[in-house]
Design a protein around this ligand. Structure first.
Ligand SMILES: [Zn+2]
Length: 82
């Protein structure tokens, strides 16, 4: 018989760890234990990638900085026209 008393401790561990990685094929963030990428449908024979998580975080920050710099430069040049 199945135990329907609720999630087991293993389940709670799994949900609280928030284990996600990145698909090596399409770089989508997916569940670490996924056998197949839900985004592109490729099989994850070697599992998900993890090293890109930090890289992507800093890349996003870098892009945001560039955008802010461009906007500031734009407004600066606009205000100088008047
Ligand atoms: Zn994928």
């Amino acid at each position: 018989m199945y135990n329907d008393q609720g999630p087991s401790e293993d389940d709670i561990d799994r949900f609280s760890q928030d284990e996600t990685g990145y698909c090596p094929h399409c770089n989508e963030e997916i569940w670490d234990d996924a056998a197949k990428c839900p985004a592109c449908g490729n099989w994850l024979h070697d599992g998900t990638r993890h090293e890109d998580q930090a890289v992507r975080y800093f890349k996003n920050k870098f892009v945001v900085c560039i955008v802010i710099a461009l906007l500031l430069g734009f407004f600066w040049s606009v205000t100088r026209l008047f």
